[in-house]
Design a protein around this ligand. Structure first.
Ligand code: NAP
Length: 259
């Protein structure tokens, strides 16, 4: 890879900082982990698929960055507390937390099974709560922290077939605002990013016809890329964003404007 290709999408200096990214094995989380490392952060990469995580760590190290990985289910309280302890043992601090792990189990409301509701709420909302609670302990001690929760446009305006997912992502926004109020005095900011349609495994199954219909509704006339979301995360993770907290920033090519 050339030097130019290794440049971060939004240049911020995060050297000496430690970041933890959930759902780092694929998609948006993977890109966020790569970009944080390009800015100089040491990155703890968390998801369940150990093989994909190890490939990511190798890529970051090949680019000259520092990373380590943990195979963790974000819904498991004990595993979450343990990984945060191990990150602290390894790197002595935790500055940036990106709660990105998320799933969909789409179906119309009358057909929705209890498990489809519970799994989505557990991963998207409980996972965000568990990691935030675990990370605030060291961040409060440091009197510094940046927490970025990945919500969704579905959490802002709802979506047919996604009542479980929309509820979880709206929950993330409410959680973000309350946590921001509690933690602002300790110089910890908590913000949410609400992506629109981003090209990842999550949206791959939607099919080309559906995608071209969606594109027509997006003022920017293109689907989002993982780099679009990562750029916003880097900004919110930067020391310069210290007076922004409790906010939700849509990264959606204008999809939600006027709705
Ligand atoms: P993706 O490609 O499907 O990746 C999801 C990631 O979450 C994977 O790394 C997966 O890793 C991890 N994950 C899922 N369940 C987990 C669990 N129980 N414990 C630990 N890790 C878990 O999805 P994506 O499109 O990158 O989405 C990332 C985030 O952005 C999600 O929160 C999603 O809701 C949000 N978002 C995406 C879009 C979009 O258009 N793509 C739009 C709005 C919001 P393992 O399978 O290895 O565990």
């Amino acid at each position: 890879m050339t030097q130019a290709e290794n440049r971060p999408v939004f240049p911020v200096d995060l050297s000496e900082q430690v970041a933890l990214v959930t759902g780092a094995s694929r998609g948006i989380g993977r890109e966020v982990a790569v970009q944080l490392a390009r800015c100089g952060a040491r990155v703890a990469c968390v998801a369940r698929n150990q093989q994909l995580l190890e490939e990511l760590v190798r890529q970051i190290e090949n680019e000259g960055g520092q990373a380590a990985c943990w195979s963790v289910d974000v819904t498991d309280s004990e595993q979450v507390n343990q990984v945060v302890d191990e990150v602290l043992q390894r790197w002595q601090r935790l500055d940036i937390l990106v709660n990105n792990a998320g799933i969909t189990r789409d179906t119309l409301l009358p057909r929705m099974q209890d498990e489809q509701w519970d799994e989505v709420i557990a991963t998207n909302l409980r996972g965000t709560f568990l990691f935030t609670r675990a990370a605030t302990r060291p961040m409060m001690g440091q009197r510094y922290g940046r927490i970025i929760n990945i919500s969704s446009v579905s959490g802002l305006r709802g979506n047919k077939g996604q009542s479980n997912y929309s509820a979880s992502k709206a929950g993330v926004i409410g959680f973000t605002r309350s946590a921001a109020m509690e933690l602002a005095g300790r110089k910890i900011t908590v913000n949410a990013v609400a992506p629109g349609f981003i090209e990842t495994d999550m949206t791959a199954a939607l099919g080309d016809v559906f995608k071209s219909e969606v594109k027509k509704r997006i003022p920017a006339k293109r689907l989002g890329q993982v780099e679009d979301v990562a750029a916003c995360v880097l900004f919110l993770a930067s020391p310069a964003a210290g007076y922004i907290t409790g906010q939700t920033i849509a990264v959606d090519g204008g999809l939600g404007v006027g709705l």
